[in-house]
Ligand binder design. Structure first.
Ligand code: FES
Length: 114
């Protein structure tokens, strides 16, 4: 099966409501992304916490999500899964950096690629 440009991962490899870590080649260089599935759509952010610049994973590639909040495993900052805004913890008022993605032929891909 041919993959669209900027393909990150298959949507059906992510359970609905779950986020995974995916390596991506962005225009500014390689980055690790948080890719969250919401039904047939996906959102993505840089896997860099605005508090101390750490990855948000609690275990490699796995994230704490509860009640619409993604929680940074380092010091507990809570980010809304809808828009990446930090609504609790040490960097309240800041936000994750969004990366534009879309779903095409069952793949999550970078929106700006190709
Ligand atoms: S690095 Fe995420 S809360 Fe501190």
């Amino acid at each position: 099966m041919d993959t669209p440009p900027g393909a990150l991962c298959r949507l059906d490899h992510i359970p609905d409501g779950v986020a995974v870590a995916v390596d991506a080649e962005l225009p500014d260089g390689p980055e690790n992304l948080i890719v969250l599935r919401e039904g047939e759509q996906a959102r993505a952010w840089l896997n860099i916490c605005p508090h101390a610049g750490r990855r948000l994973d609690w275990s490699p590639g796995q994230f704490l999500i509860s009640k619409g909040l993604l929680v940074c495993a380092a010091h507990g900052a809570s980010f809304r899964t809808g828009d990446g805004a930090c609504v609790g913890g040490p960097c309240r008022g800041q936000a994750l950096r969004a990366v534009g993605v879309c779903v095409e032929r069952g793949w999550v891909r970078l929106r700006d690629a190709g």
